[in-house]
Design a protein around this ligand. Structure first.
Ligand code: SF4
Length: 222
């Protein structure tokens, strides 16, 4: 199990701004709220190295856990080692957020999501450098119908549910939502392709879109 602290995960300001909708990113308030968020949040992350042991048509066995996702299974075709991970902005951020007024909450929500999203990029670079991987991609349960949010429970099993609670104070609600809310979990894997879940997602006007929808790609995952 590897733990990363804020210094290792904190994305640069330009990266954070790249995840904020254009109409907001030019506003002075955003800089103010980024500074404020960094003061309050306790950005932390954890990942482990896990072996890919077996594959079926739309399932893949990581250590002793079967994950159900055709897209993940195809993405792991040549992978032997993968990296389940979790990143959180911490409970203090949630508590502080709850006490803010409407407009502040709006900005903090946008900024908090951008920070936790880009912290995943920091974790990917860290894993590439420390595990001799040329290129990596990630998948998050709940980002595509193919890999529903409920599968997050299995990621918690791989990372050690008790461990996550004791070390990072992160847990799942009965609806499989993470607490603290600004938390993200997923699997980072070595790949020769630049995979992004957004390429398989047709949702229109998504502010979090990272790549164009590519309907032709769906054939690849059939
Ligand atoms: S387009 Fe939006 S909803 Fe779809 S996978 Fe990307 S971030 Fe998620």
């Amino acid at each position: 199990m590897y733990f990363l602290d804020a210094a290792q995960l904190e994305p640069g300001r330009e990266l954070i701004l790249s995840r904020i909708p254009n109409e907001l990113s030019r506003r002075q308030e955003i800089d103010y709220y980024i500074d404020l968020a960094f003061e309050v949040m306790e950005l932390q992350g954890v990942y482990c190295s896990a072996r890919v042991k077996e594959k079926k048509y739309s399932q893949v066995k990581i250590e002793n856990v079967w994950l159900d996702s055709r897209v993940l299974r195809v993405n792991l075709e040549n992978a032997r080692e993968v990296f389940p991970y979790l990143i959180t902005c911490g409970e203090k951020f949630d508590q502080w957020y709850a006490g803010q007024k409407f407009l502040q909450k709006y900005y903090l929500d946008v900024v908090g999501s951008a920070i936790v999203s880009m912290a995943q990029e920091s974790m990917m670079r860290f894993i590439e450098e420390n595990h001799a991987i040329d290129n990596s991609a990630r998948m998050n349960p709940g980002s595509l119908p193919d890999w529903p949010l409920e599968q997050q429970k299995l990621l918690f099993t791989l990372l050690g549910e008790q461990n996550l609670l004791e070390k990072l104070n992160v847990y799942l609600t009965k609806d499989c939502l993470m607490r603290p809310t600004k938390s993200v979990s997923g699997i980072i894997f070595p790949t020769e392709h630049d995979f992004e879940s957004c390429k398989l997602c047709a949702r229109k006007d998504c502010p979090g879109r990272k790549a164009d929808y590519d309907p032709c790609l769906e054939d690849y995952y059939k």
